[in-house]
Write a protein that binds this ligand. Structure first.
Ligand code: NDP
Length: 448
């Protein structure tokens, strides 16, 4: 672990003391604070006005009961969260995660990351995150609808197009957003498109939003490769996960000339040396909502490894797109040893601090999630723009906007890293560039 600047060490200690047990939040905070020492030297006013301390404290944290009745008539109780982290740059913006592992520490880590990510997009959006420990796996559509309705029956009081605009994340896709939008509309009697993003295309959604995180992550890696006078062309790639981000990462890698040979879910991975059949993965995951192991029913030559470690597969580009801390130090070392030259994080914080160190020490192109996966939220902001002027743009135009945003994020991170004496280090570039934009806005607004 890198040591912290002496001015920053006590700030981190206070975060640990004030937020006991929230290990993912501690990890996310530390990773940003490790980059900020030189910023305080250049900008002593940020220290004077306690910008770092303020940014580490969410503006508002909401925790609520979510009672609902399942298909068998049994009462179920879950816990709901919305952490409204920072609104200096715009309304709170960030997804909702439905997964049994969700607790306050995970939502706070995601909300904290979101503040910097949203700042990097250059769009007028603050940072927030929410979700529930509800497990959507194996639930009927009726269960999902009743849960979403109950969740929104509390959440509606805290959100709005100018206040807080949730979207999807793990376990929350178009179906869930639809149920939540319906309940919001019913309770408030307002057809307020801008209150949620990731909506269906015929009721206020934006083209490219579904594809945006995966496409954007692949574009970010493409930019990193271009700097090294390289490209995706002919590269063997591994993408973990098989959900929204993974599927569209695979699609864009294919379009850019790479070949993805493996993807996964939480039970195991598929290795297909001929290249992953994306249409089949979409059929299994998006339509049938089954497990990835059934891939081998159609493709007998492919291999399914239950409980396997996908990072054992040799590849030149790795794109973790499942969940946090899925690449540890050992996995990272194995990737580098096997010839990996670029890592682009579709997921949020998928690499442990030990893993990040391995990538940086090896000098490979490493794009951290808060920069590489910002295309999703950026396109959500484009959805908000279309909603605000009751317009809808075509696919090519919207994708072109996304592409340019990703190129700008890359440039911003790259140039900031150079300016702060760490050329090629996108972790430092992303953290500093994201932090400075939010801090300047907060400074201008006084102590609030
Ligand atoms: P999905 O729910 O669509 O897919 C998640 C995928 O990751 C599934 O294949 C799932 O497998 C796997 N997964 C989830 N949890 C675990 C776990 N604990 N261990 C191993 N595998 C796991 O989610 P998304 O694709 O939307 O999100 C993936 C990542 O991308 C997350 O980190 C999210 O925060 C991040 N992200 C998403 C954005 C978006 O626009 N959707 C935007 C920016 C970042 P299984 O089905 O077995 O659970």
């Amino acid at each position: 672990m890198t040591t912290l600047d002496e001015k920053i060490e006590p700030i981190y200690k206070a975060v640990l003391d004030r937020n006991p047990g929230e290990v993912e939040f501690h990890q996310a905070v530390r990773e940003v604070l490790e980059s900020l020492g030189p910023v305080l030297v250049k900008h002593p006013e940020f220290a004077h006005y306690k910008l770092i301390e303020r940014i580490c404290e969410p503006e508002r944290q909401i925790i609520f009961r979510v009672p609902w009745v399942d298909t068998h008539g049994k009462v179920q109780i879950n816990r709901g969260f919305r952490v409204e982290f920072n609104s200096a740059l715009g309304p709170y913006k960030g997804g909702l995660r439905f997964h049994p592992s969700v607790y306050l520490g995970i939502i706070k880590f995601l909300g904290f990351e979101q503040v910097f990510k949203n700042s990097l997009t250059g769009m007028p959006i603050g940072g927030g995150k929410g979700g529930s420990d509800f497990d959507p796996k194996g639930k009927t559509d009726g269960d999902i609808m009743r849960f979403c309705q109950s969740f929104m029956s509390e959440l509606y009081r805290h959100i709005g197009e100018h206040t807080d605009v949730p979207a999807g994340d793990i376990g929350v896709g178009g179906r869930e957003i639809g149920f939540m939008f319906g309940q919001y509309k019913r309770i408030t009697n307002r057809w307020e498109a801008g209150v949620l993003t990731g909506k269906g295309l015929n009721w206020g959604g934006s083209l490219v939003r579904t594809e945006a995180t995966g496409y954007g992550a692949a574009y970010f890696v493409d930019e990193m490769l271009k700097v090294r006078k390289d490209s995706f062309d002919g590269k063997t790639c591994v993408v973990s996960g098989s959900g929204n981000v993974a599927i569209y990462t695979i699609e864009k890698i294919n379009q850019l000339g790479g070949k993805v040979v493996a993807c996964s879910d939480s039970a195991g991975y598929i290795y297909d040396e001929k290249g992953i059949d994306l249409e089949l993965v979409q059929q299994i995951k998006e339509i049938e909502r089954r497990r990835i192991n059934v891939y081998t029913e159609k493709h007998k030559h492919a291999k399914y490894v239950a409980g396997g470690n996908i990072w054992e597969i040799p590849c030149q580009v790795a794109m973790p797109s499942a969940t946090q801390n899925e690449i540890n130090g050992k996995d990272a070392a194995m990737l580098v040893k096997n010839g990996c030259i670029a890592v682009g994080e579709g997921a949020n914080m998928p690499t442990t601090p030990e893993g990040v160190k391995v990538f940086l020490d090896a000098g490979i192109a490493y794009g951290p999630g808060k920069a590489a996966n910002a295309g999703g939220v950026a396109t959500s902001a484009l959805e908000m723009q279309q909603n605000a002027c009751r317009d809808s743009w075509d696919f090519a135009y919207t994708e072109d906007r996304l592409h340019k945003i990703m190129q700008n994020i890359h440039k911003d991170c790259y140039e900031t890293a150079e300016e702060y004496g760490a050329p090629g280090n996108y972790v430092i570039g992303a953290n500093i560039a994201g932090f400075i934009k939010v801090s300047r806005a907060m400074l201008a607004m006084g102590v609030v």
